[in-house]
Structure formats: C-alpha cells, structure tokens
Design a protein around this ligand. Structure first.
Ligand SMILES: [Ca+2]
Length: 543
C-alpha cells in the first residue's frame, strides 16, 4: 500500500511539474526615457540604430500608437504594475502606491504560482513596500550582466518548477548618457557592480537627426549623439535577452513585451503630455499566437493594457478595476472602436513639483488641460537638464522664435490644442484658432466628461476654469484641490533588496544609509533606538 502511495505521489509531482512547464512565462523589457521614434522600425532617421528591437518587431506585433499613462519613471511603472491611471491607484509620483490593496502584477502572479522577478530600476517599479518579489536586483549598464543575471533567475524558476514573470529594466537611454562625462571611457555603474559597457556602435554629432522641437546646434548634436549611443546600448541588451530566451529554449512558451517608460529626457518630451511624451515603442511577441511582423496601426493602446493582457494570456481570473483592457483580441487584427482615443496624465516630478496636466487625444488631435497654469514661468523638470534647453535659452537672446518657445515651455497656457498630423512635435498651439473652434469645443466637452467619469481630482479645477474662463479662478481652484492632493506616499529607500525579497525583513534590523563596515554594524547593534535618536538630534544641532 505504502509503495502504491509512493508511486501515486511521484506521478502527482511529475504531472504538476509538466503543467507548470507548460504555463506561459513573461519577459517584460523596458527602456528608460526612450522616444518612440528613436527606434529603427518606428522610423528613426539613423539607419540600423536598433537591429535587435527591429528583429523583435519582425517576430511579433508592433503597435504604432501605444502610449504610457504618465511620463516620469515611477508613475509610469506604477501604472504598468496596476493597470490603473495614477490617480486611481495613488501612484502619481515617486512613492509607493498611496491606496492600499490595489492588485499589482507581482502580487497577483505570485499568488497564482508564478515566480516573480525584477532586474533594474527596482525602486521605481515596486508598487508597495511588501511587494512579494522572489528576486529583486539593481543593475548598472553592463550588457552582459543583463544576460547572466536574467539567466540565473530563469534557471532558479526552472529549479522551483514554476513559470516566471521577469521584468528587466535598463537605465538606458536615461541620463547620464553614454560618453558624456567620461570622454569615451565606460563609466562605473551607479547601481551596477561592474563597469558600464560600450554600445556596439557609438554615434557622432554628425550622425544624428535633430527633432523640430530642438535647435540644430553643435551642443545639441553632441548631446543627442550621446543619447543615441545609449539607445544603441539598450538595443544591445534586447539582443542578449532574445538570445537568452533562445539559449534556454523558452521561445515557445514565453511572451516578450518591450516598451519604453515614456519619451526622451529633452524639452517637449518627458514630464509632459505631448505626443513625444506619452507615445512609446511597444512590441509583443508570442510564438504561434501572434503572426510574425504584424503591425497594428488601427488601435490606440496603453501601458495600462499590460496587466489585463498578462492575466488573459496566463488564464488568471481578473481582479477587476482596470483602466486598461486585454490586448489579446488585437493579436488577430481586430479593430476596437473604443481604442480610438487615449487619456494621459502628468502629476509630479521626482523633485515634487506638481505640474498637473491632462491630455485627451485621438490619432489626429490632442487637447491638453494644464491645471497648474499660473501665468508665470514655473515649469521645471529633468527634461530641461543637459545642453538642449540651455542652448534654446542662449539662442533666444538673439532669436525671437527660440525666446518664444522657451517662454511657452516655462509658462504654457491653461489649455492647448494640436493637430497631430500636421504638428506631431506640438509646437503650434491652436487653442485660439478660429479654424479649430468646433473641434476644440468638442474635445473640451469630452475632457469634462472624462475627468468626471474617471473621478479625477482635477475635474473640479477644469469645471471652475471653463465656467469662469478666468485664470485667477483656475489658480485658486487648483491651489484648493492641490493642497488636498499632495502625495505623501512613502518613498522607498531600502538599504538592500532584502526589503522586498525577505518576508522577515521588517523584523530584522535595518542598516544605515551609508555602506556599513563590519565595525559600524557592531557599533549600530550596541546602540539602542533612544541612543540613535539622541545622536541624530545632536547631528541636526551641529548643522
Ligand atoms: Ca523613465
């Protein structure tokens, strides 16, 4: 009898491992601050800039109109993790989700038998302090390290007999760009353990296209060349990850999704809601389920669709509450009439400057509401860093066109309206144009309905503004709502990754901010909480 039981049990274990192997794995690859049109298959003017992303597009489905929900690292990634608009998850800024118990990709997949892992940008991609990552590791900009660390995670998942969800987040092409501070030498990774690698191709100032939002100036060219070299280094990572999936023989049952978290860190892109802010390259590959080299140019899709799509593919019951929906019906070329418009948002920079923007756009037009508008040159974000905006300001001293452009970027207008087919760079604000009067009215009405429907706190501000037409009323209303809407979310500053991967972490002692030596840790152990508080107070007094 015991022998029979043993045979039966070994069969159960064998069968369950077979079932687990057949489950679909997910590999999500994200670029950081990469413009949609920097990619070869999206029309980059640099020939063969991204051979590996282009190859991925050749194996899967490329969406020509994909947008992210918000345009800074953390909120964009919170939207991916929750499938909800930032104000509906409490993931508006650089903090954990403010609202409790929002279902997240890692939590739902883990509770459904997946091994969940994250490589790179862990701080910006972790929705809650108690997110149950099985593996969470920071990484620098070394291409081979992406291969070896991802391989380890995949091997460990195989050993555990579990399907995996692995999100690999490169820091490229986020600033600091390749080469800019180190004159051609690899820089030490900020978070990586090894030196950053060289891109497989380095671009020169004369190689790069200049978007019409930026001046053609030697400093801008030099900076863009560094940016494009970083784009190339990201593409190298994609190449190694595609090779890894092949090497591990996982092509058949692994879905690969690639996207950028938002547009490039340059004026008129990142930390705004223009076309170059929210539009991203977005490719999904799923062997035998998606025809190779497909292109979807009929639907507008969102990063909010990723979570419901994963659940749909994995056959996991949806917890509901999404603002996105599954992309699976589009894999066979369906056209969805509800996917002809998209709503995007911006709330706050990492420096906690609140520039509340809302955009309602179709393929043809974009209507923007700047709830933060106050008539003064207020706007400031990392997209003004580096040489580009500095050069624009410098040129503006002699050229009134650049002076006007700089002034507009700093001040804006309560509402903006663009004809995206004629003006994808969003340079010509048509809000006062007689020709577009009816269109503007139509979009304004839709914005009003949408803000109410989505329970957006900025709805009151918008209604106050359109009822009064007064800038003063706008400022007063925004100040009122804004005071209640500051985001006191807890900012993750873990000293190591155990905070996310070790369930007992909270019960263990946390180390200091600086790297503790063995002597320091002994000292720390001896200090009681009271003593530590006293020491901190003394330090403050000294300052
Ligand atoms: Ca980013």
């Amino acid at each position: 009898m015991r022998k029979l039981m043993k045979v039966f049990l070994s069969w159960v274990i064998f069968l369950s491992s077979v079932v687990a192997v057949e489950k679909t794995n997910f590999l999500i690859i994200t670029a950081d601050d990469m413009n949609w049109d920097s990619v070869g298959c999206y029309g980059s003017a640099i020939k063969d800039i991204t051979p590996n992303i282009d190859r991925l597009a050749g194996q899967g489905l490329r969406f020509s109109d994909a947008h992210v929900a918000s345009t800074a690292c953390y909120p964009s990634r919170s939207a991916i993790n929750t499938g909800r608009l930032p104000h509906r998850s409490g993931g508006e800024g650089f903090h954990y989700l403010r609202f409790p118990n929002i279902p997240t990709i890692p939590k739902v997949l883990k509770s459904n038998g997946y091994r969940v892992g994250i490589l790179g940008k862990v701080h910006h991609s972790t929705p809650y302090e108690n997110t149950p990552w099985d593996s969470a590791q920071e990484i620098g900009r070394n291409t081979e390290e992406f291969y070896t660390e991802s391989a380890k995670f995949i091997d460990d998942s195989k050993k555990a007999g579990k399907p995996f969800y692995l999100i690999v987040n490169s820091h490229d092409p986020h600033r600091p760009y390749y080469n800019i501070a180190s004159a051609g030498k690899p820089m030490k990774g900020r978070q990586g353990k090894v030196a950053n690698s060289h891109p497989s191709k380095v671009y020169k100032a004369s190689d790069v296209p200049i978007p019409n939002t930026l001046p053609d100036h030697p400093d801008v060219r030099r900076e863009l060349a560094c940016y494009y070299s970083s784009v190339r280094r990201f593409d190298d990572v994609v190449g190694r990850l595609l090779q890894l999936v092949k090497d591990k023989d996982l092509s058949k049952n692994t879905v690969i999704i690639f996207l950028s978290d938002h547009g490039m860190g340059m004026p008129s892109a990142k930390a705004n809601v223009y076309l170059n802010s929210t539009k991203v390259p977005f490719i999904i590959r799923w062997d035998k389920h998606i025809a190779a080299a497909s292109i979807d140019s009929k639907n507008i899709i969102s990063s909010l669709d990723i979570f419901p799509t994963i659940l749909d593919i994995a056959g996991i019951k949806s917890p509901g509450g999404f603002d996105g929906k599954s992309l699976v019906p589009l894999f066979k070329g369906a056209v969805d009439k509800d996917r002809q418009r998209i709503h995007t948002q911006f709330h706050t920079t990492s420096g906690k400057s609140y520039f509340q923007m809302r955009n309602s756009q179709t393929k043809k037009y974009a209507f923007i509401f700047n709830a933060w508008y106050n008539g003064k040159p207020t706007y400031k974000s990392s997209s003004m860093g580096g040489f580009c905006f500095k050069t624009m300001l410098e040129l503006g001293k002699k050229d009134s066109n650049w002076a006007k452009r700089c002034e507009f970027l700093l001040v804006r207008s309560p509402e903006e309206f663009y004809d995206l087919e004629k003006d994808p760079g969003c340079l010509n604000n048509l809000i006062q144009s007689a020709e577009y009067k009816n269109k503007v009215a139509e979009f304004r009405q839709e914005m009003s309905e949408w803000l109410k429907k989505s329970k957006d706190p900025m709805s009151v501000v918008f209604e106050d503004y359109i009822a009064s037409g007064s800038v003063q009323q706008l400022s007063e209303s925004f100040a009122k709502v804004h005071t209640a809407q500051k985001y006191p979310g807890k900012v993750p500053k873990p000293v190591n990754m155990d905070v996310w991967t070790d369930p007992d972490y909270k019960n263990k002692k946390r180390g200091g901010k600086k790297k503790a030596t063995s002597d320091d840790s002994e000292k720390n152990k001896k200090l009681s909480d009271e003593e530590r508080k006293k020491k901190r107070a003394e330090k403050r007094l000294k300052k």
